[in-house]
Design a protein around this ligand. Sequence first.
Ligand code: GTP
Ligand code: ZN
Length: 294
Amino acid sequence: MSQGQIIKALSGFYYIAYDGHVYQTRARGNFRNRKITPLVGDFVEFESTNLTDGYVLEILERKNELVRPAVANIDVGVVVTSCVEPDFSQNLLDRFLVTLEYKSIDPVIYITKLDLASDDEIQAMKTIRAYYEKIGYPVYFSDVEGDAGLLKHFANQLTVFMGQSGAGKSTLLNRLSPDLELKVGEISNALGRGKHTTRHVELLNISSGLVADTPGFSSIDFLEMTLEELPKQFPEFVAASTNCKFRECQHHNEPHCEVKYLVETGEISKERYEDYLQFRNEITNRKPIYKKNK
Ligand SMILES: Nc1nc2c(ncn2[C@@H]2O[C@H](COP(=O)(O)OP(=O)(O)OP(=O)(O)O)[C@@H](O)[C@H]2O)c(=O)[nH]1
Ligand SMILES: [Zn+2]
């Protein structure tokens, strides 16, 4: 018996990377009956006497998982965000970041289409970059330096790309992995949302790490999160909260709230705080918000 990682799932076969080889395996019958489906990214125990006829025996505990793309044990989430076409949305960026934080995935922000932006828009993105870097997130602009910076995050990690339709995810993935040939720019066809669902997911080797070849994540709701958990997904709120008067301060109606004070002084972004209040409302009302598909 050996332990490896599933790097591809296709037509009922699971391809397991182990000791420099890839083993084609299937899930064992009794294992299927337990209604657990192995995911790409799963660490598994398997048995095999050759490279093509093995069996998955057990899935080891998952750190996290996403539905789209269907991948488990994600370490890094690259949030691809365009500054124009479609216009930059801090609200959408914060939705991605909160979701990643909640799933214990390290976010990296990658901003595209600066070549289409006006000087003012570029200036605005620089201000955004400075803020998000200050609260601990790596931020890159789409240029040669940005790509080199991004590649450094891949080593020994499992990375997934995500972001709004048309942001440039496929373009970026193709550039980093030229053999990939993901289709680019088919965003405006009305049923575009199905485009990636039929693709199987495969983990690519890029820069000493594994990268999911299928970008994902189109609906962002906070269905699983509680009101108490939400402020913990904002690192600058967590840092400030030690100075809030109340230990479990929700930074909402409580008196002597450090977060609200820092929003007033400008230290904490007003937009981020407003996003926080909006996400609170959504959790309270439990209405899922789906990203518009243009
Ligand atoms: N000018 C410019 N165009 C870009 C850039 N990045 C992507 N594009 C273009 O933007 C369009 C959408 O890019 P895609 O890579 O398909 O975007 P996506 O995020 O994969 O979109 P979906 O597949 O709908 O999720 C294409 O026409 C790209 O050529 C960029 O940095 N600058
Ligand atoms: Zn507070």
